[in-house]
Design a protein around this ligand. Structure first.
Ligand SMILES: [Ca+2]
Ligand SMILES: [Ca+2]
Ligand SMILES: [Ca+2]
Ligand SMILES: [Zn+2]
Length: 340
């Protein structure tokens, strides 16, 4: 069983953005950046996560436990976090650490251990490390930082903007003034609820694994940040929207998206290797036979669950009179935008 470590960086403005990754050979079941989820919170799970406030690493900070319990009370009965002080590792451990754990200058960081499941990575353990940078923070910022790290434990990624601009507990510390948030806001809470329970949280018809494979966000659906005049690029949110610039096809699935399999670069008939293959067009990941990108990938836009996505209430997306709209609020906050 493969075990991977991922590192979600602490509240450190624009410095600690790297995640530790694991090397992989190309294989459809081995995509990077799969959603990280606790089995406990899937429909079959017991909805409980145990954490320990590790008193063996030093005196426990009074902000750690309350920050976790804020999440607990806001998330409702489907998410229960139960804590204890002591040295016995539980599902998640909050503890003192060093810059070796988190990178130079970080306030804190979260490491998650995970194994590969069908369309996500199953978190088996999480460690939050608070570094020597943490104690000098003001009490509100300590609370915010602790809540931020717990957000990583339950699957949220950093928003790399400063906290107030990010409008999320997953934003970054600003060294002047008080935090805008010391606990999760409504959008943070809906993110966690949707993300942990649903495999197509954004409703674009593609499950987490498919989105991970093609490189789109599993928490965004309409084209984020596209403006007229952008160079042609596929949507970073909706896999079917391969031609996402220009009024004719942005936020729509239509003939331009199908045409993008042929021009300006011929993707059809290609497989990984020194070709025009790009996983972004491999909408039905891989292929049981022949080239990875084939007619099945084009059909994925038109037919099957991906052709009739929840965001159109199950109607056919291809040629739909309306564009993709009503971007759910929570999805704007924590999804990443595919680089242009
Ligand atoms: Ca998506
Ligand atoms: Ca399109
Ligand atoms: Ca394919
Ligand atoms: Zn972070």
């Amino acid at each position: 069983m493969r075990v991977a470590t991922s590192l979600a960086c602490g509240l450190l403005v624009l410095v600690c953005l790297a995640r530790s990754e694991f090397a992989t050979a190309f294989h459809p079941n081995d995509a990077l950046e799969l959603a990280l989820k606790w089995e406990d919170f899937l429909p079959s799970g017991d909805r409980h996560l145990m954490y320990n406030l590790n008193s063996c690493s030093g005196a426990v900070s009074p902000q750690w436990g309350p920050a976790v319990e804020d999440w607990d009370s806001l998330l409702g009965s489907n998410f229960e976090f139960d804590g204890e002080t002591g040295c016995t590792p539980r599902d998640a451990t909050l503890q003192w650490g060093s810059y070796t754990n988190c990178g130079a200058g970080a306030y804190a960081c979260t490491h998650t251990l995970s194994t590969l499941a069908t369309n996500y990575r199953k978190i088996t353990h999480a460690d939050i490390y608070f570094t020597p940078n943490y104690p000098p923070l003001t009490i509100p910022w300590k609370t915010a930082n602790s809540a931020h790290e717990w957000g990583h434990v339950i699957g949220l990624e950093d928003d790399t903007s400063a906290q107030c601009g990010a409008q999320s507990i997953m934003g970054q510390i600003e060294l002047v003034g008080d935090p805008c948030y010391t606990s999760p806001n409504a959008a943070d809470v809906s993110s966690v609820q949707c993300y942990n329970v649903n495999s197509d949280c954004d409703g674009d018809g593609y499950n987490d694994w498919m989105e991970s494979f093609v490189g789109t966000s599993n928490r965004a659906r309409c084209q984020p940040g596209d403006t007229p005049g952008d160079t042609p690029k596929p949507s970073g949110g909706w896999p079917s929207d391969l031609s996402a610039n220009g009024d004719f096809s942005r936020d729509r699935a239509n003939i331009a998206d199908l045409g993008s399999f042929i021009v300006p670069v011929r993707r059809i008939g290609t497989s990984p290797g020194p070709t025009n293959y790009d996983a972004r067009w491999d909408l039905f990941p891989g292929s049981p036979f022949g080239a990875y990108i084939n007619l099945q990938d084009m059909a994925t836009i038109i037919a099957g669950p991906t052709g009739f996505p929840p965001m159109f209430n199950g109607a056919r997306a291809f040629g739909h009179a309306n564009p993709c709209t009503a971007h759910p609020l929570y999805l704007d906050l924590h999804g990443y935008v595919r680089p242009p």
